[in-house]
Design a protein around this ligand. Structure first.
Ligand SMILES: *Cc1c(COP(=O)(O)O)cnc(C)c1O
Length: 378
């Protein structure tokens, strides 16, 4: 890391290379790189540009605000926003050329009103709930939604660019719900086709399905986590999939001191030294996204050695028991990284704290300085 006390390092070349791997795995289907939630904490615009450089043709986000932020950042590639609500700035979305997901007729109506107002054809992706039970039109309402969209299409107000859905159990490749959801999705596509809707792209697969279920690829895959080099599959580490984790979290030791045996460490003394030892103070805390659940279990690498957090993770800092290691103030503390230099990974942090790697990377706070390495400039 550079001279800063705490740094989140994002390897843009890794994001591009991971996207390339996913593009290959997608076969004849294109790739929509999912860059919601600040590109899973990696930084929206630089990550989106790296994914496009790696061969993605589309970008996917949850919120319309995220799509507008891409446009404000100069990213003009096709982008779909799928978590929309009533009263969105539809006019701005249409003038910025953002594709919008539609799960219900009221959304279509609001978009159509805006499209008439600005004299633009709205690009929509109709979403069916094939079984996840989250967004998407229920199967029973699908024909009505399709008919309304087709009518708006014939009126020259919208164009149905996509028909899509999302899987519940993609990380369990043999799970029976995948076959069932595929069946429902195909039926929904038939209903759309019979109504005269001819989408340019049909899409269903997230990272796990992109990597394990080619029968879910259709015209476009929609990987998120794997773009950032993390594995959605329990028994396949990133390297086994040809992926490289793009995010590293590092800090510099802010204070090092010798203490006697029996010394309580951090609030509530949840850790007590069992002999004379060296304690190191790491300047990262739960306000930065280090889980408080990492108390006494979070792994770090210091001086080439694995150590575990000693005591409670505080708002801005935590402590590591370094034994007799010759560690000095300013030495590097590596919380997680690609894992190829013996440092812990985001997956290790997820395992230690009972969550998923998605949550570890997306929770990294804005207070940590981001540094990008690689990318078009390098
Ligand atoms: C987040 C998300 C994805 C990407 O999922 P990963 O498991 O990260 O690949 C794809 N589609 C939708 C609708 C999502 O919300």
């Amino acid at each position: 890391m550079s001279g800063h006390l705490r740094e989140l390092i994002v390897d843009l070349d890794a994001i591009a290379a991971n996207t390339q791997v996913l593009a290959t795995r997608s076969g004849s289907a294109g790739v929509m790189a999912v860059v919601k939630a600040d590109a899973y904490g990696h930084g929206l615009v630089p990550s989106a540009q790296a994914a496009m450089a790696g061969g993605a043709q589309w970008l996917g986000v949850a919120l319309l605000d995220e799509a507008l932020e891409l446009r404000a950042g100069g990213v003009e590639d096709p982008v779909l926003a799928w978590l929309v609500g009533p009263g969105e700035p539809w006019v701005e979305a249409l003038t910025r050329g953002i594709d919008l997901s539609v799960s219900d007729v009221w959304v279509l109506d609001e978009i159509a009103t805006a499209a008439r107002e600005v004299g633009r054809v709205a690009r929509v992706h109709l979403k069916v709930d094939s079984g996840l039970g989250r967004s998407g039109a229920p199967v029973g309402d699908w024909p009505t939604l399709v008919d309304a969209a087709r009518k708006a299409e014939l009126d020259g107000i919208v164009v149905v660019v996509g028909v899509w859905s999302h899987l519940a159990y993609a990380d369990a490749p043999g799970h029976p719900t995948i076959d069932r959801q595929l069946e429902v999705f195909r039926e929904a596509l038939d209903v759309a086709e019979r109504a005269g809707v001819q989408p340019e792209v049909r899409h269903l697969a997230n990272s796990a399905a992109t990597l394990t279920r080619p029968d879910t690829h259709f015209d476009l895959t929609r990987p998120g986590l794997a773009v950032y080099g993390l594995s959605p599959l329990r028994d396949a580490p990133p390297a086994a999939l040809g992926l490289l984790p793009a995010m590293s979290l590092q800090a510099r030791m802010a204070l090092v001191k010798r203490v006697p045996a029996g010394h309580g460490v951090s609030y509530m003394h949840r850790y007590v030294t069992n002999r004379e030892t060296t304690l190191g103070l790491v300047p990262l805390g739960y306000a930065d996204g280090v889980p408080r659940d990492a108390t006494n279990v979070g792994p770090v690498q210091v001086g080439g050695r694995r150590r575990t957090i000693a005591g409670v993770v505080c708002m801005d800092q935590f402590v590591v028991d370094l034994g007799d290691d010759p560690v000095s103030v300013g030495d590097l503390v590596w919380l997680f990284g690609p894992g190829d230099s013996g440092e812990p990974t985001a997956q290790d942090w997820a395992d230690a704290t009972g969550t998923i790697s998605y949550e570890i990377v997306t929770r990294m706070g804005p207070r940590i300085r981001r540094r990008y390495v690689g990318g078009p400039a390098s």
